[in-house]
Design a protein around this ligand. Structure first.
Ligand SMILES: Cc1cc2nc3c(=O)[nH]c(=O)nc-3n(C[C@H](O)[C@H](O)[C@H](O)COP(=O)(O)OP(=O)(O)OC[C@H]3O[C@@H](n4cnc5c(N)ncnc54)[C@H](O)[C@@H]3O)c2cc1C
Length: 400
């Protein structure tokens, strides 16, 4: 919850000193935006260059945010032309065409390195260390790292799903707000399609996202669904074989992803006195598609503008409100749809609808690309003129 007593932390010459914990998309983009706005920014992260367990799907809206700062031509990526929805039990799949620029897939080593380079080029300093402790005092935050200590009046928590900044300064996430993602990077295989199989048990989905040199194949399920990461990984392996995706070496990974309930989105924690949370540290991930990169970039940009504003107190309040209004409200709708979306009756109906209707395929393409808002989803389905199919989908009560 936002605290009203956020202080204005401007320095004598007007430039602000800010420490950003974490150099993922949220941290790099916060730092880059702050540096462009004239702040003195230090990013602390000891992991680069590194791969982050992730599909690596970057939607058109995410690329549009960072497009001017990245040399897109130099970013190794796969341009995705279709999402193939698989129903392995019926040995059936439906190809859903995507528009040009709707989705690219990149390795997170390449994507995050490009963002970090953009932040450094704009003037951000990087400390290659891990933050081990944070203590708040009267003038800001004492930040201890594996490479020494620093003090900062303003601290941004961009340190991901296990955020230390969040654990020290705000309420940690409930276990029910987390999902487990696990799977394999399959080296030596690529494609121009993503594969998606929506699963009812445990509720979630299995995916294959192609990067230039490998596939990122994974499965996700709620952390409290009663399935272990080992069971989920075995299921992924069986799927890799069933889909004939076998290639070279298999490299396993596991990582938490947020999947907040509507109630948790309604009480998001975004900032407090002198501190801001962005991206995964704030829980900003679509609970159905698990898209998080766009929300990481967007929240980072808004937080940077709030920090650089003449009146940081008012601007922090505006940051909090904007995240709630423009991200939280949309993700609350997704959270309300989630339970029904992964119900067995619905997944079967959706597979039939996708196979039969070009209009419904277009709506689904919008969900994959992040261009179909949940707020107008029922209306978009109804407008497909596939009234019988749309009516069966809506009547299946996949929404609450
Ligand atoms: C398996 C999986 C698949 C996914 N697929 C997609 C997808 O295809 N598309 C999509 O949009 N989203 C996807 N997501 C979600 C996406 O990965 C995240 O939402 C996104 O990375 C959030 O960015 P971030 O910068 O907030 O956090 P992160 O990318 O997690 O970055 C956090 C950074 O903080 C650093 N850090 C952590 N602790 C400390 C510390 N104590 N001190 C210093 N540094 C620290 C870490 O090293 C890391 O570099 C997926 C997630 C998972 C787990």
């Amino acid at each position: 919850m936002y605290h009203a007593e956020v202080r204005d932390q401007g320095t004598d010459n007007g430039a602000r000193d800010v420490v950003v914990a974490g150099a993922g998309p949220a941290g790099c983009w916060t730092a880059r935006t702050l540096a462009v706005l004239g702040a003195r920014v230090t990013i602390v992260d000891g992991t680069h260059p590194r791969e982050k367990p992730c599909g690596g799907g970057v939607t058109g809206r995410a690329l549009a945010l960072v497009g001017d700062a990245l040399d897109r031509g130099a970013l190794p990526r796969c341009e995705i032309h279709a999402a193939r929805f698989v129903e392995s039990s019926r040995e059936r799949s439906t190809r859903v065409p995507l528009g040009d620029g709707d989705l690219v897939v990149a390795s997170r080593t390449d994507f995050d390195s490009a963002l970090l380079a953009a932040a450094v080029a704009a003037g951000a300093r990087v400390v290659r260390a891990r933050i081990t402790e944070i203590e708040q005092d009267a003038s800001g935050f004492a930040v201890r790292t594996t490479d020494g200590s620093m003090h900062t009046p303003i601290l941004v928590g961009a340190d991901g799903a296990n955020s230390l900044v969040r654990r020290r300064l705000a309420r940690p996430f409930d276990r029910a707000d987390l999902s487990i993602a696990t799977g394999y990077f399959v080296h030596g295989v690529t494609s121009d399609e993503v594969l998606i199989e929506i699963a009812a048990d445990p509720p979630g989905y299995i995916w294959s996202f192609p990067r230039p040199t490998h596939l990122a194949v994974g499965i996700c399920a709620q952390a409290d669904a009663g399935v272990t990461p080992a069971e989920l990984r075995a299921r992924t392996l069986a799927w890799i074989h069933a889909m004939k995706l076998d290639g070279g070496a298999l490299e396993p990974y596991s990582w938490p992803i947020h999947s907040l309930s509507a109630r948790s989105f309604a009480r998001l924690t975004t900032c407090g006195p002198g501190w801001f949370l962005v991206g995964d540290a704030a829980g900003l991930v679509d609970p159905i598609t698990r898209e998080g990169i766009y929300f990481a970039l967007q929240s980072g940009e808004w937080a940077a503008h709030a920090i650089a504003a003449p009146n940081t107190v008012t601007a922090a309040r505006q940051y909090d409100q904007r995240v709630r209004d423009e991200i939280g409200a949309e993700l609350i709708r997704a959270a309300r749809y989630k339970a029904g979306f992964f119900r067995p009756g619905f997944t079967g109906l959706l597979a039939d609808a996708l196979a039969e209707s070009a209009g419904i395929r277009t709506v689904m393409a919008g969900l994959v690309a992040g261009t179909q808002p949940y707020g107008t989803l029922k209306w978009s389905l109804a407008r497909t003129a596939e009234l019988g199919l749309a009516w069966r989908l809506v009547r299946s009560k996949w929404y609450n």
